[in-house]
Design a protein around this ligand. Structure first.
Ligand code: PMP
Length: 309
């Protein structure tokens, strides 16, 4: 979980404000109708100093999420990228989890957001390993959720909207109540979609398979990075609809996400995956991914934006 540092500054509509002053009114539109879009971005302490991972891609996705919801963000992509860099600098952080959020603010009540201003915040938090320190090496136990992801014509999964996380909360709370670390949700048609806050990869017969965008998934930026890395390492990666039972017979399974990074899955519904430990392909991909983030492996795709140039 993220620790709050109440001495930190928050970027709020273009200004740096004190943590305690970064507030909203209780009649704010987003609080009543879920009208927010957000991002989760990591800044890593690399050998060359702190650097933000795929900053442009995250801010671009924020604008895409807003566009889907007809929300006009009153800043440019460049301004929000700069806000992310500045919030790390002003809080003197080496590594951070950045949370940009755009939401419909205080104006008037009513579902139609007309006359409610769009407000933007960027906060920086300390956030370690999302699914626990051991999870990265050992793996996590998960269940298939009884909750499905939403359909693209109900709540669009490609938008990283606050409202989608009501569905994620159902998946996560159900998993936790039953003693699992996470849940895997199916699509409304019963095929594999994703975790409550992670994309999913499956390895079967040496091939790497992940559900396509039309499987009600968020187009994960870690997912995209892992597809790129896996292909570079010589693996075949296919985006395919996956039936539930493939989970149980997979050789390896892992989650990807900004918070979860690359987390192996060691069991699903108490059925061991492969040998019940992190598999060799997962480990190889993880090593390469973390190598780029520490600076030990060349960042040849230009994924890292340094905080200090
Ligand atoms: N799916 C969901 C539902 C998520 O919340 C996240 C985390 N943002 C992901 C997938 C992974 O996306 P990313 O790699 O861009 O963090």
């Amino acid at each position: 979980m993220a620790e709050f540092n109440e001495n930190a500054k928050i970027w709020y509509d273009g200004k740096m404000v004190d943590w305690k002053e970064a507030t909203v009114h209780v009649m704010c539109h987003a609080l009543h109708y879920g009208s927010s879009v957000f991002e989760g971005i990591r800044c890593y302490d690399t050998k060359k100093g702190p650097a933000i991972f795929r900053l442009h891609d995250h801010i671009k996705r924020l604008f895409n999420s807003a566009k889907i919801y007809r929300m006009e963000i009153p800043f440019t992509i460049e301004q929000l990228e700069q806000a992310c860099i500045n919030i790390v600098k002003i809080n003197n952080m080496r590594s951070a989890y950045l949370r940009p959020i755009a939401f419909r603010g205080y104006g008037r009540l009513g579902v139609d957001p007309k006359d409610t201003p769009v407000q933007v915040v960027v906060a920086a938090l300390d956030w370690g390993k999302y699914l626990g320190d051991e999870a990265i090496n050992i793996g996590v136990d998960v269940r298939v959720s009884s909750w499905n992801r939403m359909q693209s014509n109900t709540l669009p999964a490609m938008a990283k909207a606050g409202s989608n996380y009501m569905n994620s909360q159902l998946i996560k709370m159900e998993a936790a109540a039953d003693g699992y670390l996470e849940g895997i949700a199916l699509t409304p048609q019963g095929l594999i979609s994703e975790g409550s806050g992670e994309n999913l990869f499956l390895i079967y017969g040496g091939k790497i398979i992940t559900p396509p965008l039309f499987a009600s998934i968020l187009p994960g930026i870690t997912r995209d990075s892992i597809i790129t890395i896996a292909r570079e390492l010589g693996y075949v990666v296919e985006e395919q609809m996956i039936p539930r039972e493939m989970l149980y017979i997979a050789d390896e399974l892992f989650f990807t996400g900004t918070a979860a990074e690359v987390t192996p899955i060691k069991s699903v519904d108490r059925i061991l995956i492969g040998t019940g430990k992190r598999g060799p392909i997962t480990e190889r991909i993880q090593k390469h991914f973390f190598g780029i983030l520490t600076g030990d492996i060349e960042d040849k795709y230009g994924w890292l934006t340094p905080i200090y140039v």
